[in-house]
Design a protein. Sequence first.
Length: 132
Amino acid sequence: NRLQRIGLPGSGKTTALQLLRSESKFSCLSFFDIRSYAHLPFKKQHKIQQDINLISGPTLVESACGLYVPKSIVIRLEVPTPTLYERLRLRDGFVDCDYISFLREQMIPHQYTITSSGDLPLLVKLLLELGD
């Protein structure tokens, strides 16, 4: 199973990841965060795809907008815009509305939407069970 979790900065992706990692029933799940590849120039970003393909077993790929991962199930973490902006203001000290709008437009299509980080463990559990 290949799952992707997408969400704008400040939507709660890191909080959701911490929830999943804290639960032993997700110990079989590999986690892949494309932010660890931010140092690569754009033309070498294909390395991300290669590394994802090397992972065997259930995998959760995390990014803001998503990327092409064949046969993956995409879960979007969506929070209300005022909540998102307030989180960004508290975390980063500013909000770049144009950047957030750009990222929102670049998101890949998703099959599922959740509105709370706490909903992710239940959905991932169900999807993993259905995939077996």
